[in-house]
Design a protein around this ligand. Structure first.
Ligand code: ZN
Length: 240
């Protein structure tokens, strides 16, 4: 997990928040039970999705995450063939007041059509193990979120693609988000191998690993992070 910094001052966020307030769907308005008395979190979100300012807000979310999933770090595509879901950090089903708030929105990866089809071939219970991130989390509450500045400290990645939590809270979150599913372990392993070994599959010397460490968290010219950049960073730090 990587910390995601929110900027409440951008024109796109301000426009969105104004539209939210105008429709009495902001946190303060919805804290009053007499406002939209029968409206639940899901309906709040269904309504804000149709706002004219919502599309631009999604672009802001994409940019502030540097185009990678808020939980696993895989690449999100935008705007073509969206492979992301707007994720409510705190479930919209459990608190309607923040169901439409920017502060509670992140972008999570979503399964591709091919993956969805594969999952449909097995039972619902079995199928869950293929999902990860938002699709696995559903309406569960997680203890550590990308909105916490120190969230990266709770997860330790190994050079074989696996991840462990430093405490029981983190372990539970890994389970909730299914961050150790085969798909993610395989993808992380490929990303790690590409960064820590030379062409003969020998581990790079420390000075070269240090050089990789210096640039691994840089965004590219289009403002995107490398896929699983924080995973590779953590693995290299562990090796040095
Ligand atoms: Zn993900």
């Amino acid at each position: 997990m990587k910390h995601i910094e929110k900027d409440f001052g951008t024109p796109e966020v301000l426009d969105y928040e104004n539209e939210l307030k105008k429709n009495l769907l902001d946190k303060d308005s919805l804290s009053d039970n007499s406002v939209h008395p029968t409206m639940k979190g899901k309906h709040v979100y269904d309504t804000v999705k149709s706002f004219s300012s919502f599309e631009k807000l999604k672009k802001i979310l994409f940019d502030e995450q540097g185009g990678i999933c808020c939980y696993c770090g895989c690449r999100l595509e935008y705007p073509k063939q969206p492979q992301y879901i707007v994720e409510h950090v705190f479930p919209k089903e459990k608190d309607r007041t923040i169901a439409g708030e920017y502060e509670n929105f992140l972008l999570s990866c979503r399964p591709t059509e091919a993956e969805e089809k594969n999952r449909q071939k097995v039972s619902k219970k079995e199928g869950r193990k293929f999902f990860h991130c938002d699709k696995s989390k559903d309406s569960e509450v997680i203890a550590i979120t990308p909105l916490q500045i120190d969230c990266h400290k709770y997860f330790v990645y190994d050079e074989f693609g696996g991840v462990k939590g430093v405490d029981t809270k983190a372990e539970k979150d890994i389970e909730t988000l299914n961050l150790n599913c085969k798909w993610l372990c395989d993808r992380r392993l490929a990303a790690i191998e590409g960064e820590i070994y030379d062409d003969n599959f020998e581990l790079l010397p420390d000075d070269e690993l240090r050089q990789r460490l210096e640039t691994i968290m840089n965004k590219d010219a289009t403002g995107k992070y490398a896929e699983f950049c924080f995973v590779v960073k953590n693995v290299i730090e562990g090796l040095l």
